[in-house]
Write a protein that binds this ligand. Structure first.
Ligand code: MOS
Length: 737
């Protein structure tokens, strides 16, 4: 037995350590800090999508009692929207309007209501130009971007000769799949509280990246990052929209400087549709070629997505096609069309979520064309190595995932013939798809301190966007430090803590977890070295390998009577604490192995043949995602991803007015997301996976894989139920009638 085994707490379904604070309102979000002399910012947004502000009249607004400032391009301090990394921002530097909903001013008042009222009095006259809004009508302007897709990969790539592969195929599927704009709707909207203390800026921000926000705001304002401290202790959901610091964050800081008081700026739900990103619409052409036996001879996946006129975001829909199935000829590309909208951004599994809808639908179409079971078709093309990088997988349990999910679902009872399964008058459909998401990791640091009272404090910048970072890091720290979880205080969410990456790309557990693990180990080792070198210790002279740290004590492996507590060791040495810092980063293993999570999605739908209404009635998902840090939060993450995917498949659709470029359903009444009544029992199965290569903890990340494959599985189930292949999301009843 080693220390880790003695303290085995990683993996247990520990309740959220912040749960009590959250349900009692004790957890403070970005807009909830009681700052003295607070003022309230409300932005004015452009009503047109393209043109210039000819005139902006702020007089009436300025005369509203309590108004402290009305800032527009006419009086805004200098700032740069291009500096500091991330997205390009609009910071009131000129009169140019680039999209509907662009912030063109900010009103600051002593109450929120007065600021709202004043903002409504600002009169704007525009020199309007006709905006380009519709991607479908502007495909002639599609271009191959110079930028990269994630992991520094080119937007277009090919292996072999797809034209030849398709020519050699006995069966071909060539179809176009489309997905609409979708918007993030975290429960907590974007919110920033900006407080200046001399030349130091404090920002309480709802963000997935405190360090990214720090750099962006510092860059925009032209001040050193060290002068900006960003704090984000609790975040009410991110999903990608809070992965970039958007214009309003800088505007809050600018406004606070202008009025020389703290400014709180919270975006209203409607303001979340336009200036803070969205999942772009995509048009995806998929061509598959296969032999009669179901061996793929060619995969072509060509994606077109929208971006803004002033910035580039590539939705990497075809990335998965490069690695998911074994195939000699694979060609993938990503093109962009510039439109007069805000810049799109990451939204849960950007690329994989939309891309897997197209590819997994096409695979199902191929299975029908070949008359082969869709699981069997996927097994016949099982990629034993990464077909793109030609590297072995660090681990892959997909075969086992198909097996356990099919068994749990009862797949063998499926009659593959469309419209063959019924429940009374209702049509029943069963569909499945493969899920996958890359295993990401970035450098991260942490500090662990064993305190004189035998407790420990562990700190690491980072963010908990609702996923359970506080909880799982407490478990990782407890295990490494040899302490019970209730003796650990894990702190995060402050740029004064050790640096960590964005909570995006499903990388927090892998990156921050590695740092916490190493820092905890290092602190424990320091303590241990101190004890064995100390004549006064019962462990004096022992081999460090023979000493176990457990429950806040050290003891000798086979003689548990030879023991002493951490507190006693520190007291005897007159130490307030023992501290260790770890800077963890990925090593060579990335060059040797291809690292991905894999899983499967199995859906049952029930379709009303008269109304076309689709209900999801059963779900089984299986996942090989490395080591599970917490069985409860992990399951919750995957269920959340699946729910998100059900929304994507059946409901979510941002509708933009083609003439005005304005989102017409910018609220939760008209933008539909699933509610409890839309969601069946979701069965999540974990396949035991031990991956020694991905990172010291063996975790692969679970924030995003849950949504991948979901829309494809549902589209496939809908086809099975109805005989109608819907290649355009969302699958609403009008498309089935
Ligand atoms: Mo996630 S879309 O990488 O925040």
């Amino acid at each position: 037995m080693n220390t880790d085994e003695a303290n085995r707490v990683v993996g247990r379904p520990l309740n959220r350590v912040d749960g009590y604070l959250k349900v009692t309102g004790g957890a403070r979000y970005a807009a909830e800090f009681p700052v003295a002399k607070m003022t309230y910012g409300v932005t004015i947004q452009s009503g047109i999508a393209k043109g210039k502000i000819a005139q902006i009249d702020t007089k009436a607004a300025e005369q509203v009692p309590g108004v402290l400032a009305v800032i527009t391009h006419l009086n805004a301090p200098k700032a740069s929207g291009e500096e500091g990394g991330g997205r390009k921002l609009q910071l009131l530097q000129d009169n140019i309007v680039l999209y509907s909903g662009q912030h063109i001013g900010i009103v600051v008042a002593d109450t929120f209501e007065r600021a709202m009222h004043a903002a409504s009095l600002v009169q704007v006259h525009y020199d309007e130009e006709k905006p380009t809004i519709n991607m479908q009508e502007n495909l002639d302007k599609a271009y191959l971007p110079a930028g990269k897709i994630p992991r520094n990969e080119p937007p277009d790539k090919s292996h072999g000769d797809v034209t030849q592969g398709l020519a050699a195929a006995a069966v071909r599927i060539e179809q176009t799949y489309t997905t609409p704009i979708e918007n993030h709707n975290p429960m907590e909207p974007h919110a920033t509280t900006a407080v200046w203390q001399g030349d130091q800026l404090l920002l309480y921000d709802a963000t997935q990246g405190i360090f990214q926000a720090q750099n962006k705001v510092a860059g925009a304002l032209g001040i050193p990052p060290a002068n900006v401290r960003t704090m984000s202790y609790y975040v009410g959901g991110g999903f990608g929209c809070k992965g970039s610091a958007w214009s309003h964050v800088v505007l809050a800081a600018m406004a606070a400087q202008k009025v020389n008081r703290p400014v709180k700026l919270v975006l209203g739900r409607r303001q979340m549709y336009g200036p803070v990103g969205f999942r772009p619409a995509t048009i995806q052409q998929v061509s598959l070629g296969a032999t009669r036996e179901g061996k793929l001879t060619a995969i072509r996946h060509a994606g077109i997505s929208q971006t803004s006129t002033f910035d580039e975001f590539i939705e990497p829909v075809a990335k998965t096609a490069r690695m998911i199935y074994a195939c000699p000829h694979i060609e993938t590309s990503h093109h962009l069309v510039r439109l007069d909208t805000g810049t799109p951004t990451f939204m849960r599994a950007p690329g994989e979520a939309s891309g897997s809808f197209a590819l997994e639908s096409a695979m199902d179409e191929l299975a029908y064309a070949l008359n082969i079971d869709p699981i069997e078709l996927r097994l016949r093309n099982y990629a034993e190595i990464d077909p793109d990088k030609k590297l072995p997988w660090s681990s892959k349990s997909l075969r086992e995932c198909y097996r356990v999910a099919a068994q749990r679902f009862g797949w063998h009872k499926r009659n593959p013939k469309p419209r063959s399964m019924r429940d009374g008058n209702y049509l029943i459909g069963w569909g499945m798809a493969t899920a996958t998401y890359p295993t990401n990791r970035s450098p991260a640091s942490a500090i662990a301190q064993i305190m004189a009272d035998g407790t420990a404090v562990v700190r690491s910048g980072s963010q908990d966007i609702g996923t359970g970072t506080y909880t799982v890091m407490t478990q990782v720290a407890a295990e490494a430090l040899g302490l019970p979880v209730d003796k650990i205080r894990f702190e995060l969410g402050d740029t004064q803590m050790p640096e960590t990456p964005l909570s995006g790309g499903s990388q927090t557990a892998a990156s921050v977890g590695s740092a916490v693990h190493l820092a905890g180990n290092e602190a424990r080792n320091k303590l241990l070295q101190l004890a064995v070198a100390d004549r006064a210790s019962p462990l004096y002279g022992a081999n460090v390998e023979d000493v176990i740290a457990q429950d806040g004590s050290l003891f000798l492996k086979d003689k548990s009577s030879q023991t002493e507590t951490y507190a006693r060791i520190l007291a005897r040495h007159g130490l307030k604490m023992i501290e260790a810092r770890a800077d963890a980063k990925p090593g060579e293993e990335k060059q040797k192995y291809s690292m991905h999570s894999f899983g499967t999605q199995f859906a049952e739908v029930c379709v009303n043949p008269d109304s076309g209404e689709v209900r999801v009635t059963r779900w089984v998902g299986s996942f090989g995602v490395g080591r599970i840090l917490n069985a409860k939060t992990a399951r919750s993450q995957l269920i959340g991803g699946i729910v998100y995917g059900i929304g994507m498949a059946l409901m979510e659709h941002t509708v933009t007015d083609p003439n005005w470029g304005r989102v017409v359903n910018a609220d939760l009444a008209e933008y539909h997301v699933p509610v409890n009544a839309d969601i069946p029992m979701i069965d999540v199965l974990f396949v035991n996976e031990n991956d020694p290569y991905v990172n010291p903890l063996g975790v692969k990340g679970i924030g995003e894989i849950g949504i991948t494959g979901v829309a494809g599985a549902i589209a496939n189930a809908v086809y099975h139920a109805t005989g109608k292949r819907i290649r355009d999301l969302p699958i609403t009843l009008d498309k089935l009638l």
